[in-house]
Write a protein that binds this ligand. Structure first.
Ligand code: GTP
Ligand code: MG
Length: 223
């Protein structure tokens, strides 16, 4: 058991080093980098599609998509007109910093203002792996249940922003938004919470404004 813990600690330490180097690369480029984490199907790619549409002509965007299999999500972003690269983990339940480094080197993206890294759909594994991002974004769709922040506290406490998705479905599901806000206030008191629907456009303007504000703050701070 002690050996397993030791191996895991070494893997995470190696990842931290690779993530620190990536963060330096992103800082030099003046780009904002987000690591999107949620359960499969909670609406990560759909939120990105809505974001590309809303920010067209305002910010230069790029995407890295993590999945166990298929190029589908990278194809969806390319179809929206932004450069995107797919990382196939072949079974692993999260991305790591070395995979992101390889993808960045191979993709040779044109200059970008915001890079979205969509992690493998999973609420647990991606949480421990720093990808050199400025902050993590957790998504929670209203169809998943309102008990999830307290059941998966690691991701919801580490995410600087939580995006509640599929708000258009609220009339059809049992989801106590106030209860979720209460859990998030306990887990991440300084975190931002946005309520969105990619279908109706609710909250998308607020989400885009948050991206623009965080990018401006990063550039102003020079970090
Ligand atoms: N009603 C409704 N459906 C949505 C919304 N956003 C996404 N969906 C649907 O939810 C399903 C999954 O959306 P995706 O964006 O592919 O989810 P994902 O989180 O990227 O999934 P993985 O990459 O597999 O983890 C699709 O059928 C979307 O059309 C929304 O705001 N409202
Ligand atoms: Mg996706």
């Amino acid at each position: 058991m002690a050996e397993v813990v030791d191996v895991r600690a070494k893997v995470l330490a190696a990842n931290e080093e690779a993530a620190a180097r990536l963060r330096g690369t992103f800082r030099a480029g003046g780009a904002l980098v987000l690591n999107l984490i949620s359960s499969p199907g909670s609406g990560k790619t759909t939120l990105l599609e809505a974001t590309v549409k809303a920010l067209a002509g305002r910010l230069r965007l790029a995407g890295i998509e993590g999945d166990v299999a298929t190029e589908r999500d990278a194809d969806r972003l390319r179809a929206m007109g932004i450069p995107a690269v797919q990382i196939l983990t072949g079974g692993a339940c999260h991305l790591d910093a070395r995979q992101v480094r390889r993808a960045i080197d191979e993709a040779a993206f044109p200059a970008f203002d915001v890079l979205f890294i969509e992690n493998v759909g999973n609420l647990i594994c991606p949480t421990s792996y720093d990808l050199g991002e400025d902050f993590k974004v957790a998504l929670l769709s209203v169809a998943e249940g309102d008990d999830k922040p307290f059941k998966y506290p690691a991701i919801f406490s580490r995410a600087a922003v939580t995006v509640i998705t599929k708000a258009d479905l609220l009339p059809h599901v049992s989801f106590d938004l106030a209860a979720v806000r209460g859990q998030l206030a306990t887990l991440a008191p300084s975190g931002a919470v946005l309520v969105t629907s990619a279908k109706t456009g609710e909250g998308i303007g607020e989400w885009c404004a948050l991206l623009e504000a965080r990018l401006a703050a990063k550039r102003k701070a020079g970090t």
